[in-house]
Design a protein around this ligand. Structure first.
Ligand code: ZN
Length: 340
């Protein structure tokens, strides 16, 4: 069969960044998706220091192929970091003390097809072996009826999709041995507000780390009092799902070691873009992405403060991470805020 070269703009931009970054970024192709006759690589990028005892921060996106803005936001941020690494001594210091990891296009087959699911028709955020503990919304929570319906989980007892296996290997290898790791996975398509979600998606039960998460939230709001446009909450506040990858890895990490691993999701409030420009609804793409150029540019810069905050707070986690007494205090405060 004749091989087709991809012309995916985000993948072209990612590969251009790799060329321009030189020694500042190391990269690995962690998997290649074969979508018909087109081979699409999943790139993982490393900046900073990969020494095992250092904290790790990951930025992931493109797990839902149609939510291209997440990938665009991350690629734009990587360009900012490459520029900073050349002249900013404080960031050069951070790079010696932090392991920074990016997977900007987890689902290149879905992006190529302009689809939420992967090239096999499976929703990668419903595909992990996790069952919701309470009733989920019909279809939205994940189902095994048919791949022609959205939110399809895949066949019962089938192994996880290849893209997820590649991501899991990176989380196991790079994150789980670290004493403190955080990752942020970027999505769009739900709600009017930008949300920072954390486990669980499967259950209304509190995660063991809600005290740390509340402390991270308070640290951000104290450091940036005029950037209060994020709503921090467990995903279960909005809806429950089967098969959430981050629930799966969060439980796996907690069962297998004592290190802290906090998976966060940035869910960009795309309904506000649609509200301001209802004509976007005419295209499937417009439900998930800002269309007008000025709004697109605004979204690209909107999250820089939070991303930079994550870099600094993860690198300097010793400075704010609570001891066990303090953590207990925060745990009960978090219970009051999110679960009662
Ligand atoms: Zn998504």
């Amino acid at each position: 069969m004749k091989k087709i070269t991809h012309n995916l703009p985000e993948l072209i931009e990612l590969e251009a960044i790799l060329k321009e970054a030189g020694d500042l970024i190391r990269s690995e192709v962690i998997h290649t998706v074969h979508n018909g006759s087109c081979a699409l690589p999943i790139h993982c990028l490393f900046m900073g220091n990969q020494k095992k005892d250092l904290p790790v921060l990951g930025f992931f996106s493109g797990i839902h192929g149609i939510e291209r803005i997440g990938t665009q936001v991350i690629l734009s941020f990587i360009r900012t970091l490459i520029a900073s690494a050349k002249w900013d001594p404080s960031f050069q210091y951070i790079l010696e003390h932090l392991n920074l990891i990016f997977i900007p296009i987890i689902n290149p087959g879905g992006m190529w097809n302009n689809s939420r699911c992967n090239h096999n028709g499976v929703d990668l955020m419903r595909n992990a072996p996790v069952e919701a503990e309470n009733k989920t919304h019909f279809l939205l929570g994940g189902h095994r009826i048919s791949k022609s319906l959205p939110w399809y989980r895949g066949e019962w007892n089938e192994p996880m999709e290849e893209e997820l296996n590649a991501v899991i290997k990176i989380i196991e290898r790079e994150f789980m041995g670290s004493p403190f790791s955080v990752m942020l996975d970027c999505h769009s398509g739900f709600g009017l507000k930008d949300r920072i979600w954390f486990p669980y998606a499967k259950s209304h039960k509190p995660a063991v780390d809600i005290g740390f998460l509340l402390q991270l939230k308070e640290l951000f709001e104290l450091s940036y009092p005029n950037h209060n446009y994020y709503l921090f909450e467990p995903q279960s506040t909005q809806y429950l799902t089967h098969g959430d990858l981050w629930d799966y890895l969060y439980d796996y990490a907690n069962e297998n070691n004592n290190n802290t691993f906090l998976p966060l999701t940035l869910e960009m409030g795309s309904w506000s873009w649609v509200k301001k420009n209802p004509r976007q609804l005419m295209r499937f793409y417009g439900i998930f992405n800002p269309v007008l150029p000025h709004r697109h540019q605004r979204v690209l810069r909107r999250h820089l403060i939070f991303f930079n905050f994550l870099i600094r707070s993860v690198c300097g986690y010793h400075q704010w991470f609570p001891d066990s007494i303090q953590h207990q205090k925060y745990y009960y405060k978090a219970m009051d805020l999110w679960y009662r």
